[in-house]
Ligand binder design. Structure first.
Ligand code: SAH
Ligand code: SF4
Ligand code: F3S
Length: 448
């Protein structure tokens, strides 16, 4: 029975896959009678969709739960009850430990089980106790979620692959998300078409190792990510495709070729390299050397010279020396990334690296991160500066801060502001770039 009038508040931590999961969870709850609220104090159901990747991300959940406990007590005093659910990767990693440490929590649900949320909420209320659901269920979650709800967004995420069995020694993902799994082409196409029918013009295909995609395709053939991209590119009305995150080992020849000849595939690639020292890369179990990464980038750039590359890097992996850190900086200068995400190594429970000798002191990590970030900013600045004077196709996504302004994205994923009428929302328009800041470009619309 749908319970009309109930409200759900969702807070999302972590990666784009969690953003996607939160959308799907909210849609499943809407189908069960909930409406979404951005005011946590009005919510009958509070969901924290959590991330376990670094200690800080995981600890944020507990500080939030402290505040939610007070809120739940205040609401109880006023006669309303509140269900509190912790879902996502911390839920998967810590399970029942969460409700032991924070008794305010009614439900702990892993990333593979959130399609069961409506039924779990009912059970927890009926039984008056907290429930933990972290088994990897037999049934496929995607088959049990309602169809995509209408959206007014121009861009959307679409998870095509989940899990990871690469087991980098620092990383919790294989434990929180399970083994690699690819959705079928038919299932993905159905979802893509419904998003495009709703007005979406750009899709970002998501997976922890998206370029390892190998899904069942038409005619019983296994499709690679390149096959999937070419297949989806045939959908009328879909103008742009992106994908993230990729592992260097998964950059197959057909995917590289697609960057050269599939016009809907945007010239932006997020390709984490993690460290510049071969000794550290081996200790991380990345299975490539710095030179192999550099050679790979050269091959991708040969197919698509006008490409924005972004990456992830970790500083202070156990045993990393000053000289090895310098090698990371050297890769930066050699490649010239358009953007990068950098992290201090964080020891994660249950991962092999946690037990390694030579954990790097916090102060050293802080200093290395600051040096790396200065280098990242310099390259980001250089890349943005090279865009000035160019006319780039911009997909307008939303109104800007000032009246008469719209904000869109360049092919390189940079935000672009321009004076533009509302009718251009959802359209791709040539914009001559006139200036830039650290995070965005500004320009003037040019006639087509
Ligand atoms: N599947 C992706 C990344 C997933 S996690 C890949 O293989 O590249 C996103 C980023 O978080 C990683 O690329 C890594 O740079 C960072 N990360 C993962 N575990 C970490 C840890 N224990 N400490 C610090 N950063 C970490
Ligand atoms: Fe983690 Fe490595 Fe898998 Fe990426 S490839 S999700 S870093 S184990
Ligand atoms: Fe975090 Fe889980 Fe994503 S650990 S980065 S939310 S896959």
């Amino acid at each position: 029975m749908p319970r009309a009038g109930r409200k759900v508040f969702v807070r999302t931590f972590g990666c784009q896959m969690n953003v996607y999961d939160s959308e799907r969870m909210t849609e499943a709850l809407q189908a069960d009678g909930y409406s979404e609220t951005s005011a946590i104090e009005d919510a009958d159901l509070v969901i924290l969709n959590t991330c376990h990747i670094r200690e800080k991300a995981a600890e944020k959940v507990y500080s939030d739960l402290g505040r939610i406990r007070v809120l739940k007590e205040e609401r109880a005093a006023a006669g309303s009850d509140t269900v509190v659910a912790v879902v996502g990767c911390v839920a998967q990693a810590e399970g029942a430990e969460i409700s032991r440490r924070a008794p305010v929590v009614d439900l702990v649900v892993g990333p593979q089980s959130y399609h069961r949320l409506p039924q779990l909420i009912r059970r927890s209320r009926a039984e008056g106790r907290s429930l933990v659901e972290t088994d990897f269920p037999e049934e496929e979650k995607f088959a049990h979620l309602p169809a995509r709800a209408p959206t007014r967004n121009v861009t959307a995420f679409l998870t095509v692959q989940e899990g990871c069995d690469k087991f980098c020694t620092f990383c919790v993902v294989p434990y929180t998300r399970g083994m690699e799994y690819s959705r079928s082409v038919a299932d993905i196409e159905r979802e893509a078409r419904s998003l495009v029918d709703a007005g979406v013009r750009e899709l970002t295909l998501l997976g922890q190792n998206v370029n390892g995609y190998h899904g069942d395709g038409p005619g019983g053939r296994t499709y690679s990510l390149a096959d999937l991209v070419r297949h989806l590119a045939r959908i009328d009305g879909l103008e742009r495709l992106r994908y993230t995150t990729s592992h260097p080992r998964g950059m197959s020849d057909d995917l590289i070729a697609a960057h050269g000849d599939e016009p809907k595939l945007m010239p932006y690639l997020h390709l984490p390299f993690q460290a510049g020292s071969d000794r550290i890369l081996a200790a991380m179990n990345r299975k490539h050397t710095a030179q192999e990464y550099i050679n790979l980038v050269a091959r991708i750039r040969a197919a698509q010279p006008d490409l924005a590359l972004s990456t992830d890097v970790i500083v202070g992996f156990p045993g990393e020396t000053d000289a090895e850190f310098e090698e990371t900086l050297a890769v930066f200068d050699e490649i010239g990334f358009a953007a990068a995400f950098s992290f201090k190594y964080s020891a994660r429970p249950g991962t092999p690296a946690e037990k390694l000798d030579g954990q790097v002191p916090e102060a050293v990590k802080t200093e290395r991160l600051a040096r790396l970030q200065a280098r990242i900013e310099k390259h980001q600045w250089d890349f943005a500066a090279r865009c000035v004077g160019r006319t780039l196709p911009v997909l307008f996504e939303r109104p800007g801060r000032h009246p008469g302004q719209l904000i869109g994205r360049s092919p390189f994923l940079q935000g672009v502001h321009a004076e533009a009428p509302q009718e251009l929302l959802g359209r791709i328009v040539p914009v001559e770039i006139s200036s830039f800041g650290t995070n965005s470009l500004a320009g003037v619309i040019r006639p087509e």
